[in-house]
Design a protein around this ligand. Structure first.
Ligand SMILES: C[S@@+](CC[C@H](N)C(=O)[O-])C[C@H]1O[C@@H](n2cnc3c(N)ncnc32)[C@H](O)[C@@H]1O
Length: 264
């Protein structure tokens, strides 16, 4: 707990958060109290959270794969279920020294950073996103992990020297169908960028484009990993097959995650 704040803040903060509808009010109150440096800062944070801002945006970080990832306002908050994609990717890293990891549509950069940490040896990490706010945020996470971050459309900004050399291509792209964005929880709808959520008519527009360019970037035994919803299994699988890749699925019932893994 922050030294500046009295312990008796906890019941009051938890009560305020509970009345605003926060299900894990006590846990959140502890985190906010620990993060705030002054009572005024705590009051502002509690106010922001009670007004519906995602906890991670209020704190400025999200826990992902046991790491603290900076998450700036407006940037997609890495989801707990996506830890499953990272665990699948970790099992596919080439045993060669310094495998090449690319994190496309990187958002905060959480996936690449977590995979680099899981590799527990040097990796060559690159990440890219189209949204300048995401790129700024990713740089705060990826540069300290020894990687590079680029801004632009999909693989467009990657260095040409990576073509044909990527061991693991992570691509947790936007995959919500346009007509369902309005049905997302307000925390996502109102506080994450539309470009981070909207995947087009069936949610697979960005994934189809990633699949189409992936073969040019993957190493001969490289893999593309992407998260999809269960309803998207058939069309997403068809998209990677159409791109000349060999698909398989991995599922985690515990995390509610479906990951499409495509080998070159
Ligand atoms: C669902 S978020 C995922 C972010 C991150 N991969 C994660 O899982 O936390 C999708 C990200 O894709 C980015 N994005 C959307 N369209 C893009 C494009 N054409 N090129 C590059 N990035 C794009 C968005 O800015 C957003 O950061």
């Amino acid at each position: 707990m922050s030294a500046a704040l009295p312990a008796q803040s906890l019941p009051a903060v938890a009560a305020r958060l509970r009345s605003a509808g926060c299900v894990f009010a006590e846990d959140e109150a502890r985190l906010l109290i620990a993060a705030a440096r002054t009572p005024a800062e705590l009051a502002a944070m509690v106010q922001a959270r009670a007004a519906g801002q995602p906890l991670e945006h209020v704190l400025g970080w999200a826990e992902f794969c046991g790491l603290r990832i900076h998450v700036d306002p407006g940037v997609f908050v890495p989801r707990r279920r996506t830890e499953f994609l990272v665990s699948q990717a970790a099992g596919l890293l080439s045993p060669l020294p310094c495998p090449v990891i690319v994190d496309l549509c990187c958002g905060s950069g959480a996936l690449g950073v977590a995979l680099a940490a899981a590799a527990s040896r040097p990796v060559d990490l690159h990440a890219a996103d189209i949204d300048p706010a995401a790129v700024r945020c990713a740089r705060r996470n990826v540069l300290p992990a020894g990687g590079q971050v680029y801004q632009g459309d999909l693989a467009g900004p990657l260095p040409a020297g990576l073509r044909g050399r990527v061991d693991v291509l992570l691509a947790n792209v936007p995959y919500v169908p346009t007509g369902e964005v309005a049905l997302l929880p307000a925390e996502a709808r109102e506080h994450e960028a539309q470009v981070a959520l909207d995947g087009g008519r069936d949610g697979l527009d960005v994934l189809r484009r990633v699949a189409a360019v992936a073969p040019a970037w993957l190493a001969p035994d490289g893999h593309l990993l992407t998260e999809i919803s269960d309803r998207q299994v058939a069309p997403a699988t068809a998209a990677v097959i159409a791109a000349g890749l060999v698909p398989r699925l991995a599922r985690s019932a515990e995390l509610g995650a479906t990951v499409l893994i495509a080998a070159r």
